[in-house]
Design a protein around this ligand. Structure first.
Ligand code: FES
Ligand SMILES: [Fe+2]
Length: 339
């Protein structure tokens, strides 16, 4: 199963890339990341062209990586700048790929395809992650499943009723509203629970337990698999700004066909100064995503094995519309790149 090349993948949280070498596989490509002395992020093929030892086993020397086996050095452009052997001549083939990288919204974005086609303005809007109006906590999860299974999970939030006790609602699964006027490169999956009592999550966040309100879960998807959930609760028929908003980012990046990187973050516009609440949200996120979603999705991956999900002709429900549309957008881009 190939992966889209000309797109921005979330490669890391900005805070993960330091003056140490970080190895990460993205869409089957082994890459070593680090930060230059000036602070920009570099991504090089994590394989020395001499005897193919991963470069992340070497060390950083200034802005170059010294291979840990025989000492060839590669700079941030991937060019070999030092051969400590013989007459020191640098063989023509001694170079590695340097990937096109952008850093935006506290995320390191990676472009696998042709660098000339990379346009930073096409990175989906995750400015909420660095917007000072919000306090954000973020985390990372490794999942033994294809990234599109995770995207399917997030585009059908009716599962919250069955998988997550914290999100369960006394009055049953949320109401799903199909998109009337879909955008060609964006998908929305809107779930709402109008005029209901808060679930355990909103009670924890401080919404009064006995006060009815409108609860929304509006998920936005952008290719290749970047999701932002506008989630909040406000008084019945009251403006969103009056209530609690806790937009949640889900950046999914394929590692291999059957494993994924899952970067998630919760940004809140209330009780921003409370460190205890930040800790509690991290704990809840781990309980929900790691302990509840992940086992379901990994079991699903084992059940479909290496088959492409749609080729197995799954039963389709009303709430599957957004996930199917997102898969079609990915498929269309893959086909366009293969032509
Ligand atoms: S394997 Fe890298 S220098 Fe030999
Ligand atoms: Fe979930």
């Amino acid at each position: 199963m190939p992966f889209i090349q000309n797109t921005w993948y979330a490669a890391a949280w900005s805070t993960e890339i330091t003056r140490s070498l970080l190895a990460r596989t993205i869409a089957n490509e082994n890459i070593v990341f680090y930060r230059t002395e000036a602070g920009s992020v570099v991504g090089l093929t994590d394989r020395c062209p001499h005897r193919f030892v991963p470069l992340h086993l070497g060390r950083l020397k200034g802005d170059s990586v010294e291979c840990g086996y025989h000492g060839l050095c590669f700079d941030q452009t991937g060019a070999c700048t030092l051969n400590p052997h013989g007459d020191g001549q640098i063989p023509r083939a001694a170079k590695v790929k340097s990937y096109k990288i952008a850093e935006k919204h506290g995320v390191v974005w990676l472009w696998l395809g042709e660098a000339s086609k990379a346009d930073e303005s096409s990175i989906a809007d995750f400015s909420v992650l660095t917007n000072p109006k919000f306090r954000t906590v973020c985390s990372y999860l490794h999942v033994q499943a294809n990234y599109q299974l995770i995207s399917d999970n997030l585009l059908d939030l009716s599962h919250g009723q069955y998988v997550h006790p914290m999100f369960k609602n006394a009055e049953g699964p949320p109401r799903f509203e199909a998109e009337k006027d879909p955008h060609s490169n964006e998908v929305w999956a809107k779930f709402s629970r109008p005029n209901q009592l808060p679930n355990k999550y909103f009670q924890m966040l401080g919404y009064p337990k006995d006060q009815r309100g409108d609860h929304r879960n509006f998920m936005r998807w952008n290719p290749p698999s970047l999701l932002l959930l506008d989630v909040g609760m406000t008084g019945v028929n009251r403006p969103v700004e009056e209530g609690l908003s806790i937009p949640t980012s889900h950046l999914l990046t394929p590692e291999t066909e059957t494993t994924s990187h899952y970067f998630w973050a919760m940004s809140r516009d209330f009780r921003q100064d409370e460190d205890d609440l930040s800790q509690e949200l991290l704990r809840v996120g781990v309980a929900v995503f790691d302990d509840e979603d992940k086992p379901v999705i990994e079991a699903q991956q084992r059940a479909v094995n290496t088959s492409e999900l749609m080729s197995l002709k799954p039963v389709l429900l009303h709430t599957d519309g957004p996930a199917v549309r997102a898969r079609r957008i990915v498929e269309a881009q893959l086909q366009a790149e293969q032509r």
